[in-house]
Design a protein around this ligand. Structure first.
Ligand SMILES: CC(C)(COP(=O)(O)OP(=O)(O)OC[C@H]1O[C@@H](n2cnc3c(N)ncnc32)[C@H](O)[C@@H]1OP(=O)(O)O)[C@@H](O)C(=O)NCCC(=O)NCCS
Length: 170
């Protein structure tokens, strides 16, 4: 199990670290789908500060000894939030950071959010397991080149944010 890390909201000042982490983490997804041009890898540095500063976009990350090791963003529209770019640094994967950030994010979303959606690639079987374990169920698929994106959603659970981000919980 990874250390507790420190949860913090992302700001436009985190842009460089977020993009670096995103690119490093999504290489395995690109390889799994034989597509080097997936949006997380092609997103321009210039687009990120605006995205992190938008009212409809919230982002959170976990820092370990100051280093950003996990992050996620959420686009909020009405009573729905879509989580995108949940990533953990390659050398810190499989230690519980992704789970903890996912659960913390579900709690930190604005109060009006009732439904949480996300998507993953059709060949991302480990991601499916993670999302299914936490109650996400497939709603539909969309085409992305030669493969499908699988969209999943769940009703927002009622938990306290502090409980969801207790150190060591996964
Ligand atoms: C997916 C990801 C965020 C999960 O975070 P994590 O900290 O590695 O995951 P946790 O340790 O909290 O949980 C482990 C579970 O996550 C899933 N998982 C997905 N990718 C994984 C990876 N590379 N290593 C370990 N677990 C992974 C599995 O379901 C695993 O459970 P399992 O033991 O039943 O296989 C992270 O592995 C990652 O950044 N992957 C690359 C980018 C990506 O695919 N992001 C999701 C986009 S939809």
């Amino acid at each position: 199990m990874g250390g507790p890390g420190k949860l913090a909201a992302l700001t436009p000042g985190d842009t460089g670290e977020v993009l670096t982490l995103q690119r490093a983490a999504f290489v395995t997804e690109a390889q799994a789908h034989q597509d080097l041009y997936i949006p997380p890898l092609t997103q321009a540095l210039a687009d990120l500060p605006a995205e992190l500063g938008e009212r409809c976009c919230r982002g959170w990350g976990i820092r370990e000894a100051g280093r950003l090791v996990a992050c996620v963003r959420a686009h909020v529209s009405g009573d729905t939030a879509e989580l995108i770019r949940l990533v953990v640094a390659p050398d810190r994967q499989g230690l519980g950071f992704g789970t903890r950030l996912l659960l913390a994010t579900e709690d930190l979303l604005p109060p009006q959010v009732r439904t949480i959606g996300l998507f993953t690639g059709q060949h991302s079987h480990a991601n499916w397991r993670l999302y299914r374990r936490h109650g996400y169920r497939q709603t539909h698929t969309t085409h992305a080149g030669a493969y499908l994106l699988v969209h999943l959603a769940k009703a927002r659970p009622h938990r306290s944010g502090a409980a969801a981000f207790r150190p060591g919980r996964s």
